[in-house]
Design a protein around this ligand. Structure first.
Ligand SMILES: Cc1cc2nc3c(=O)[nH]c(=O)nc-3n(C[C@H](O)[C@H](O)[C@H](O)COP(=O)(O)OP(=O)(O)OC[C@H]3O[C@@H](n4cnc5c(N)ncnc54)[C@H](O)[C@@H]3O)c2cc1C
Length: 535
C-alpha cells in the first residue's frame, strides 16, 4: 500500500462487524479497506480459543441474516456452536463474499486523526502506513482487549506456563498431568474449567465473585429444529428482533413474578432450566426490573447449585449473593457446577483470602501459597472502550477521544461521537451491544451506518457529526433507563467496575433492542436528526 493512499472508508477490525461492514459498503460501491491486528479474520472467535469456548445463544440465532444463500449453504452442527465452528463460519463468509482482498491482516491501527480542512481521516497503522479516508468505522469489538495479567503483582515471576483465555495459543494446551490455577470465574472460566479439570491432575479455581450459570444442554443440533427454522426463518428472525435481547426464546413472559404462586414460579423456572440458556430470564416480565421478582429467580438457581454440588460449603461459595441474577450476563455452561464434585478440583474464595501475588511457583493468597504448573488467567476484558482507548483518535481541533471520554464514554446512539465527524462505532457504548444477541446488534448497526453513508453520497454531503445536545440527551436517557432496572446493582464490566481507575458509567443501552432500533430508524428518517451535516 502507498503512503497516503485514499479510499472512501477505513474499517478497523475483521470480526463479525468488520466483515459485514465491508460487504455492505462494497454493495453500495463505496471503496473500503479493513485493518485487522490478528492474523486471521474472526475477531472474538479467532482470539478466544480456550477449551470449551462456545456461543451462549443458539447457533441458528447467532449468525448473519443478510444472505439467504449463506443461510441455505451453512449447516450448524451443534445447538450452541463451539469456537472452531464459529471461526470456520466467519472464514467461510470472508471467502463466500470475496472479502479477503480488501483485508489487511496483522496490521494494527495506531492512530486516526481528523483533518478538518480536508474533511478526511488519516489512519495510521503499526506498519507505518497512512491511509486517507472520508469515513472511519471502528469495528474494534466490545471485548477484544484482554485485561493484562500484570494487574496481578508478580505474574512476570511465574516459572510455569500461563495463558489468558482471550489470547489462547493456536495449537491448544495439553493439561495432562499438570496442576493448574484458574483465576477468575466469569463466562470464559465457566466454559473452560470443566474441560481443563477432565484433563489436569488438579485444578484450583480462584473465585472473587461467583456468577450465575445455567445449563446449555448442548448437543448435536436437532434435525427437526433445523427443518423448522428452514421453513420459518424469516418469521423467527423477526420475532427475535422484537424481543428486548434480540433472542427469540427469551421473549418475556406475559406475567409478573408476584402474580404467580411460589409453586407456579418454581414450575416456570424448572421448565426454563430444562430448556437451557437465557430462557430462564424470560420467565416473568419483571425479573430485570424488580429486585423482589428477581430474587425468586436467584433463589431458584441457588437451590439448583445446592442440589448439584455435594459439599454445601462449596455450593454456598458458588452461589452469587451480592447482586441480582441477570445484572451480569448469565453464563451458559456444560457441567460447571458438577465439576466441583470432582476430587481434583478445589475452590478458593478470594473474599476470604485475597490473592497477594503470583510467585515463581504459583499463587499466594492471604492464607497460603498454592504451587501450580500452569496458570489460566480468565480475568476478562477492558470492555466496550478498551480497543478505542488504545488508538490515538483525534477529532475536530485535535480533540482526543480519550479526553472527551475521560469521565466515561459519551456517544449519540452508540454510533457517533460529537466532535468526531464521519467516525462510526459498531456496537459502541450507549447501544444495546453486549446486552443483546450481538449478531443482531451488529447487523442493525452496520445497516444503519451503511444507509447513512449512502444517504451522504446521494446528497454529496461531506461530513456528518452528532451534536453535543443530541449526544447529552442520549447519554442522559441511557443512564435514566439503566437506573430503572436491576443492572446498576452489580459491580460489573458493564459499569467498568472490573478495571481499576475506569470511570463508572453504565455503558450499554438497556431500553431493549426494538425500542433502540426504532429510535435509530426515526433519527435516519428525519434526515439524521441530532446531527449536523456539512455539504
Ligand atoms: C469469549 C467471548 C465469548 C463471547 N460469546 C458471545 C456469545 O455467546 N454471544 C454473543 O452475542 N456475543 C458473544 N461475545 C461477544 C462477541 O464479541 C460478539 O458476539 C462478536 O463476535 C463481536 O464481533 P465484532 O466484530 O464486533 O468484534 P470482535 O469479534 O472483537 O472483533 C474486533 C476485531 O478488531 C480487531 N482490532 C481491535 N483493535 C484494532 C486495531 N487498533 N487495529 C486493528 N485491529 C483491531 C481485533 O483484533 C478483533 O479481531 C463473546 C465475546 C467473548 C470475548
Amino acid at each position: 500500500m502507498h503512503q497516503g493512499r485514499e479510499v472512501d472508508t477505513v474499517i478497523v477490525g475483521a470480526g463479525f462487524s468488520g466483515l459485514y461492514m465491508l460487504h455492505r459498503l462494497r454493495q453500495l460501491g463505496v471503496s473500503a479497506v479493513v485493518f485487522e491486528a490478528g492474523k486471521s479474520v474472526g475477531g472474538t472467535w479467532f482470539w478466544n480459543r480456550y477449551p470449551g469456548a462456545r456461543v451462549d445463544i443458539e447457533s441458528q440465532e447467532y449468525c448473519y441474516s443478510f444472505s439467504p444463500e449463506l443461510d441455505r449453504e451453512w449447516k450448524w452442527t451443534e445447538r450452541y456452536a463451539a469456537q472452531p465452528e464459529l471461526l470456520k463460519y466467519l472464514n467461510h463468509v470472508a471467502d463466500r463474499f470475496d472479502l479477503r482482498k480488501d483485508i489487511h491482516l496483522e496490521t494494527r491501527v495506531t492512530a486516526a486523526h481528523y483533518d478538518e480542512d480536508a474533511r478526511r481521516w488519516r489512519v495510521t497503522t503499526d506498519k507505518g502506513e497512512t491511509i486517507v479516508c472520508r469515513f472511519c468505522v471502528m469495528a474494534t469489538g466490545c471485548l477484544s482487549v484482554p485485561k493484562a495479567d500484570a494487574e496481578l503483582p508478580g505474574s512476570e515471576a511465574f516459572k510455569g506456563d500461563s495463558w489468558h483465555t482471550g489470547r489462547w495459543p493456536e495449537g491448544g494446551v495439553d493439561f495432562t498431568g499438570k496442576t493448574v490455577a484458574v483465576i477468575g470465574t466469569g463466562s470464559s472460566a465457566i466454559q473452560a474449567i470443566p474441560i481443563i479439570a477432565a484433563q489436569a491432575d488438579h485444578v484450583t479455581v480462584f473465585q472473587r465473585t461467583p456468577n450465575f450459570s445455567v445449563p446449555a444442554h448442548n448437543g448435536p443440533i436437532d434435525p427437526a429444529v433445523v427443518a423448522d427454522w428452514e421453513k420459518n426463518r424469516d418469521a423467527y428472525r423477526k420475532e427475535a428482533r422484537d424481543t428486548g435481547f434480540g433472542i427469540r426464546y427469551v421473549s418475556m413472559g406475559e406475567q409478573a413474578a408476584h402474580e404467580a404462586t411460589p409453586a407456579e414460579q418454581k414450575a416456570a423456572y424448572e421448565e426454563r432450566w430444562k430448556y437451557g440458556g437465557f430462557a430462564l430470564l424470560g420467565a416473568y416480565n419483571d425479573l430485570i426490573l424488580d429486585r423482589d421478582a428477581n430474587s425468586t429467580a436467584a433463589k431458584f438457581v441457588h437451590e439448583k447449585i445446592h442440589e448439584i454440588v455435594k459439599d454445601p460449603a462449596v455450593a454456598a461459595k458458588l452461589s452469587p449473593k451480592t447482586y441480582p441474577i441477570g445484572a451480569k450476563r448469565i453464563c451458559v455452561d456444560t457441567g460447571y457446577y458438577a465439576t466441583f464434585n470432582r476430587d481434583n478440583v478445589s475452590l478458593v474464595d478470594l473474599t476470604e483470602e485475597p490473592i497477594e501475588r503470583v510467585t515463581a511457583n504459583g499463587v499466594k493468597t492471604g492464607a497460603k501459597e498454592y504451587p501450580v504448573d500452569a496458570i489460566v488467567y480468565a480475568i476478562g476484558f477492558d470492555a466496550m472502550t478498551g480497543a478505542l482507548d488504545k488508538i490515538d483518535i483525534t477529532g475536530r481541533a485535535g480533540a482526543k477521544l480519550k479526553d472527551a471520554w475521560s469521565a466515561g464514554p459519551k456517544t449519540y446512539l452508540g454510533l457517533m461521537v460529537a466532535g468526531f465527524p464521519n467516525l462510526f462505532l459498531v456496537t459502541g457504548p450507549g447501544s444495546p451491544s453486549v446486552l443483546c444477541n450481538m449478531a443482531v446488534a451488529i447487523e442493525q448497526h452496520v445497516d444503519w451506518i451503511s444507509d447513512c453513508i449512502a444517504w451522504m453520497g446521494e446528497r454529496q454531503a461531506r461530513a456528518i457529526e452528532a451534536t453535543e445536545a443530541a449526544q447529552d440527551e442520549w447519554v442522559a436517557h441511557v443512564n435514566e433507563v439503566a437506573d430503572t432496572t436491576i443492572y446498576p446493582y452489580a459491580n460489573s464490566w458493564y459499569l467498568g467496575a472490573n478495571v481499576p481507575g475506569k470511570p463508572r458509567v453504565f455503558m450499554p443501552y438497556i431500553g431493549g433492542f426494538p425500542v433502540y432500533r426504532d429510535k435509530c430508524n426515526e433519527v435516519a428518517a428525519r434526515g439524521y436528526e441530532g446531527c449536523t451535516v456539512a455539504a
